[in-house]
Design a protein around this ligand. Structure first.
Ligand code: FAD
Length: 442
């Protein structure tokens, strides 16, 4: 094969749902791509691999990646979590499933598409560096450019068991290292002297250590609300601290919603409205920080208050467009979005999509929200985002039931935060609309 036609070498970092999705689509183009994934653990599945331990993993001495807790059930109906080309998860009877059922689904996906052969386990990516110091090649010219002109990426990988390090070179990089492993811990004056249990939800596994305690849970997004409600079955009292209007319509007798926290003196937490309360356990459910510890600064990516910059369409590195990040958008249905993002990046590598000029991409990468930490929050805009990528990339958009299901589920959740997961979720025969059938609780 002439040098210019040599296959493109693509590296995938991580084999959670995003990395697996990248492998699945790269594998459809064996004549174009030569690819492999590096996974620091000995498993596929990323955050869905429940680990009872916290802190450092005894097997590989790495910080534990997963943030799953034992009782976790998905907060989305599993039917809309499916990748569109592998719709095996969930049925109408049981809408929200356990973490182990999601992991089984990802294992089935891996086996069905025969992806294991592309993965090197127990191998962490240590550094990623563009070999050139200037902007890397426009992806659209990659396939036709000579190997020498491809501005190859230099990637240092480490075998985490025997600690050997080797260097490899690739033409393009998928960063699929996950975004829910680096706890966001906002400063709270006095917390260092608080005498009770202090924990972040990343380390929460089971409710038992909190039995009989009075707990202040800070944050009421998915994890805060979920864990707070679970703890009411064990604690003396649970205070759910957040700055939103009242979230839960029928609170359990031992739960109270309170304002945000401004500080703590001994066991007494001071709230934003000037009141205070006693607690002997404190749980940060304050989310996570994007973290790419392996990126050399010459990659050109910065993270400022969870704004990852500069990314074209929340995914492509504007400085070096042969690098993409899968899964940055927040408040989305992740797996189907991965399916779309991955295909768009592949289309750009194949030259089927021509990326705009750097100036236009930089304009797109600007934060459109007054708060940087909301720069990647898509929520209801996720459907327009997905459809736009599919349209421009020339591939199938998501079937309409994803959007219909997400919208209906959002209403279901807001109506009954305590029991919304127990409703049945059914896609109508037309494949477009959905029905949510409440049960006795919901
Ligand atoms: P991850 O699953 O985190 O995978 C990243 C992988 O990269 C890991 O295997 C990790 O070991 C590996 N890795 C990291 N760094 C390196 C490195 N340097 N070298 C090599 N490998 C590396 N989504 C839903 O759709 N529904 C839900 O109900 C839902 N509930 C959730 C509940 C919790 C508590 C959390 C934390 C998340 C939840 N999510 C849910 C979101 C979930 O994170 C995504 O659905 C999705 O699984 C993320 O996949 P990922 O591949 O981006 O990341």
């Amino acid at each position: 094969m002439p040098a210019a036609e040599r296959k493109l070498r693509v590296c995938v970092i991580g084999t959670g749902a995003a990395g697996l999705c990248a492998l699945r689509h790269l594998a459809t183009e064996p004549a174009v791509f030569e690819f492999e994934a590096f996974e620091q653990t000995d498993h596929i599945g990323g955050t869905w691999v429940y680990n009872e331990s916290i802190g450092v993993d005894a097997k590989n001495q790495l910080p534990i990646h997963s943030s799953m807790y034992e009782s976790l059930r998905t907060n989305l109906p599993s039917v809309i979590m499916n990748f569109p080309d592998w719709r095996k998860m969930g049925n109408g009877e049981k809408s929200c499933i356990s973490h182990s059922e999601v992991l089984s689904y990802l294992e089935d996906y891996t086996n069905h598409f025969d992806l294991r052969k592309y993965i090197t386990f127990n191998t962490s990516v240590e550094t990623v560096q563009p070999i050139c110091s200037v902007r890397c090649t426009d992806p659209a010219t990659l396939v036709t450019s000579s190997v020498a002109n491809r501005r190859i990426w230099k990637i240092k990988i480490k075998n985490v068991l025997n600690r050997t390090v080797v260097e490899r070179e690739f033409d393009a990089v998928f960063c699929c290292n996950g975004h829910f492993f680096e706890p966001n811990v906002p400063p709270i004056p006095g917390i260092q002297r608080f005498p009770g249990i202090v924990m972040h939800s990343h380390d929460y596994r089971k409710p038992h250590p909190f039995t009989g305690k009075t707990i202040l849970v800070l944050g009421a997004a998915s994890s805060g609300a979920d864990i707070g409600i679970e703890l009411t079955g064990y604690a003396r009292h649970v205070y759910l601290s957040h700055n939103n209007p009242r979230l839960i319509s029928a609170l359990p007798a031992n739960m109270t919603e309170v304002m945000g926290v401004t500080g703590v003196e001994g066991n007494r937490f001071i709230l934003k409205d000037g009141t205070s309360l006693f607690a002997d356990a404190f749980l940060y459910c304050t989310g996570y920080k994007y973290s790419f510890p392996f990126l050399d600064e010459t990659c050109g990516i910065t993270v400022d208050d969870n704004y990852v910059h500069p990314l074209y369409r929340h995914m492509i590195n504007v400085e070096h467009p042969t690098m993409c990040f899968v899964g940055i958008p927040l408040v989305v249905v992740p797996f189907p979005m991965f399916h779309i993002q991955v295909q768009y990046f592949i289309a750009s590598l194949k030259g089927n999509v021509r990326l705009p000029s750097k100036d236009i991409m930089l304009q797109d990468a600007l934060c459109k929200s007054p708060l940087k930490r909301r720069a990647h929050r898509l929520a209801d805009n996720q459907w327009e985002y997905n459809d736009g990528l599919a349209r421009d990339g020339g591939f199938e958009p998501l079937p309409p039931f994803y959007k219909a299901g997400y919208s209906a589920w959002k209403i279901q959740r807001s109506r009954n935060l305590m029991h919304y997961k127990d409703a049945k979720f059914v896609i109508d025969d037309d494949g477009e609309s959905v029905q949510i059938i409440p049960n006795d609780n919901t």
